[in-house]
Design a protein around this ligand. Structure first.
Ligand SMILES: [Fe+2]
Ligand SMILES: [Fe+2]
Length: 161
């Protein structure tokens, strides 16, 4: 019984990560700045790995693995809809900030669960990735590094050396 509830919890975390992959796909399609795209792509790769690693544990425990398709019926990733309907880098990042805050809370709550040995360390590692994601996106929304890049290019030779 405890075993079954652990698999169910692992599956809901894996679905959350699969939803995040879908949200990153939508966000990356809206962003042109290479610096931001590269970061978002790194974060997307982390989420794909989270799904794969969680699936391995789910299958070891006789559970059904979660596919990489986002569950659009779910309420988990509200910003997914926001990203697809909004334009531009800043809007995409603001939507992803909301998604990452949600994911971070979910992982924080997950850490309160009494996981079996070996599972907990994966949840902890994933949670550290999520913290990196939300920290970078929060700073990017605040400092808008893509505007600074544009400004530097516009100022051109006056600024150099
Ligand atoms: Fe993740
Ligand atoms: Fe994340």
């Amino acid at each position: 019984m405890a075993e079954k509830s652990e698999v169910a919890k692992l599956r809901s975390l894996a679905q959350l990560d699969a939803d995040a992959v879908g949200a990153y796909d939508a966000a990356i399609a809206r962003v042109n700045e290479p610096l931001v795209r590269e970061r978002l792509n790194d974060f997307r790769v982390d989420h794909v790995r989270h799904v794969q690693d969680l699936n391995a544990l789910i299958q070891q425990r006789g559970g059904e693995p979660v596919g990489l398709r986002p569950d659009l019926k779910g309420t988990a990733m509200k910003g997914l809809t926001a990203v697809t309907s909004m334009m531009g880098t800043e809007a995409a990042l603001v939507a992803m900030l909301g998604n990452e805050e949600f994911t971070n809370r979910a992982y924080e709550l997950a850490l309160q669960f009494d996981w079996s040995p070996g599972v907990r360390s994966l949840i902890q590692r994933n949670r550290e990735d999520e913290f990196r994601h939300v920290t970078w996106i929060r700073a990017a929304v605040r400092t808008r590094p893509w505007l600074r890049e544009g400004a530097k290019a516009a100022e051109g030779s006056d600024i150099q050396a």
